[in-house]
Design a protein around this ligand. Structure first.
Ligand code: PLP
Length: 396
């Protein structure tokens, strides 16, 4: 297959192609039905073929898809206004993906450092972090597999463990070159690890004291997934810089970096740019996603169905002795097992269920935010027997 494929072999793909969907359900080329508990890796916020999104996009395609940032784009201003209102930030830059949003954040941190007279500004990043696959974002990522083969890495990142405020204070005392702290409020690819809310508050305080930018990557955990618009809002803090993407366009590629205070004034004309970013089609997708999320109460739904699902999974899996821990918040759930579970992805597909496995032992669930309690019941009914059938851990 690989030898004859015209595609580069960047992915080991499951042998299934989806043709269409409705809500949390997808259908493949044979007409087989699947429950979607992944939403394209936290992308399809409104599920599949939401009538309001379909109508808005059809209408927009018939008017204008792209013009370029050389001209005014009123829909960009409108989405910027909505996002700054929801986040408590002041300005937005639109791009097309998570890594682009993070690249913009990294550039802001460097500009911020230089504005303070730091010759080689450094950014604090975290173990197990994932920020993307461009050279700068893979260098910020805390996973050697993602970095391997792409050395020399981009310099200027200093790595620390999660939730260790002492490590940060030590850097504050020892390294005057630090200009920013960069973290995911809940790490996604790394295995669904949420920072303690107290730690996030302490980091906010330390950043204020040190004049560092607090940059929170909400690419995966943002856009309502945890039951608040942005996952850091559970800690009651506001970052200086916030990259977004994934769920923002409910399937249409769109990324954004939001900034607040001094960080919002760092980019000047010529510092940064994008050809496609912020085009009218992507902006319409973002605006419609936000509108439907509000109309249908999807934040509350994510919190409610997420808690219901986590509780049901815990109840069903605890007696098996295979469950280490259920982590996450809202509809961002990691089921950490006592054994590798990569085979579950294919097992689940056979059973008509779409899930993901990350960090070897963690079943990652990222359903669309329209997921209902009935969908959650079906997920548990399908997933739990498959987990029970996993082969025992070697040596036990
Ligand atoms: C937290 C986080 N940041 C950045 C990215 C990169 O986003 P993209 O794949 O859109 O470049 C991801 C993708 O999984 C992510 O989870």
């Amino acid at each position: 297959m690989a030898a004859t494929s015209p595609l580069m072999s960047t992915y080991v793909r499951q042998p299934v192609a989806f043709t269409h969907g409705e809500g949390a359900i997808l259908y493949d080329t044979d007409g087989k039905r699947y429950l979607d508990a992944l939403s394209g890796i936290a992308v399809n916020t409104l599920g599949h073929a939401h009538p309001k999104l379909v109508q808005a996009l059809r209408e927009q395609v018939g008017r204008i898809i792209h013009s370029s940032n050389l001209f005014e784009i009123p829909l960009q201003t409108a989405l910027g206004e909505r996002l700054v209102a929801l986040s408590g930030m002041t300005n937005a830059f639109f791009c097309n993906s998570g890594l682009e949003a993070n690249e913009a954040a990294i550039k802001l941190a460097r500009l911020h450092g230089h504005s303070r007279g730091i010759e080689k500004p450094e950014i604090i990043v975290y173990e197990k972090a994932f920020h993307g696959r461009s050279l700068a974002t893979l260098s910020a990522t805390g996973n050697a597999k993602v970095q391997k083969g792409f050395e020399p890495l981009v310099e200027g990142f200093v790595r620390v463990p999660l939730d260790d405020i002492g490590a940060l204070r030590k850097l504050a005392a020892e390294r005057p070159s630090i200009s920013a702290v960069f973290l995911e409020a809940i790490q996604g690819e790394g295995g669904i690890h949420a920072f303690h809310l107290d730690y996030l508050r302490q980091v906010r305080e330390l950043c204020d004291q040190q004049g560092w930018l607090l940059m929170i990557d909400e690419v995966q955990c943002g856009m309502g997934r945890t039951g608040k618009w942005f996952a850091h809002q559970w800690a009651g803090i506001v970052p200086d810089v916030m990259p977004l993407a994934k769920g923002l366009g409910s399937g249409v590629p769109v990324g954004a970096v939001l900034a607040h205070g001094k960080a919002a004034e760092l980019f000047k004309p010529g510092n940064h740019g994008t050809t496609f970013g912020g085009n009218p089609l992507a902006m319409r997708a973002g605006l419609t996603t936000l509108q439907v999320m509000e109309e249908e109460g999807l934040l509350a739904n994510a919190a409610d169905v997420g808690a219901y699902l986590a509780e049901k999974l815990e109840g069903a899996l605890k007696p098996t002795g295979m469950l280490r821990e259920i982590r996450g918040r809202g509809l961002m759930i990691g089921v950490d097992l006592d054994r590798p579970c990569g085979d579950l992805v294919a097992d689940a597909l056979r059973a008509g269920l779409i899930i993901n496995v990350t960090a070897d032992t963690v079943v990652r669930l990222l359903p669309p935010l329209i997921f209902s309690r009935a969908n959650a019941d079906e997920l548990v009914d399908k997933l739990v027997p498959l987990i029970r059938q996993l082969p025992p851990v070697k040596g036990s």
